[in-house]
Design a protein around this ligand. Structure first.
Ligand SMILES: *[C@@H]1O[C@H](CO)[C@@H](O)[C@H](O)[C@H]1NC(C)=O
Length: 153
């Protein structure tokens, strides 16, 4: 009887340890940090609103060299996270994905001290740029143009 209780106890303890290990690993192997920076040297601030289906980073006002940063962990079973940002600059705007299945293959660079992968976006005067870190270096690539905001009268 006692032996049986001990086996059940050991079984559940092991089971619990595996669950905790898997949950912790989700963030260890799939932790991402996203960074969207205003690189337009102008006194006018940018409005940046980033979100995913479940997470709203909120509307942020960014001056020159300021950025919005956030971290998240992907589900390791079926990773399908998508974050997008709506950026407003005077009478121009753009909406684009900052994290999707395609782009995450290009931005991965591990921040070794923090164990997070990083995707960096630069908002520039001529459009939206992205840091391509595929080859270990950093290549600034223009990804999206600005769109004029259509005014409806
Ligand atoms: C993923 O994001 C990139 C960068 O914003 C974009 O160019 C691309 O169209 C997106 N891919 C999909 C499948 O939406």
């Amino acid at each position: 009887m006692i032996n049986k209780l001990i086996s059940i106890f050991i079984f559940f303890t092991t089971f619990l340890c595996i669950i905790i290990a898997v949950a912790a690993k989700a963030c260890w192997s799939g932790g991402w940090t996203i960074n969207v920076a205003n690189e337009i040297n102008s006194p006018d601030k940018l409005q940046v609103h980033c979100k995913s289906k479940n997470n709203d980073i909120g509307m942020k006002e960014l001056g020159f060299h300021q950025s919005v940063d956030w971290k998240f962990c992907e589900n390791i079973i079926a990773p399908s996270t998508l974050f997008f940002c709506h950026v407003y600059k005077g009478n121009q705007e753009q909406v684009f994905d900052v994290f999707n299945h395609t782009i995450k293959q290009l931005c991965r660079e591990q921040d070794r001290s923090k164990d997070y992968w990083r995707c960096s976006w630069l908002i520039q005067a001529d459009g939206i740029h992205f840091i391509d870190r595929r080859d270990g270096g950093e290549k600034n690539i223009k990804m999206h143009d600005w769109k004029n905001i259509e005014r409806v009268f």
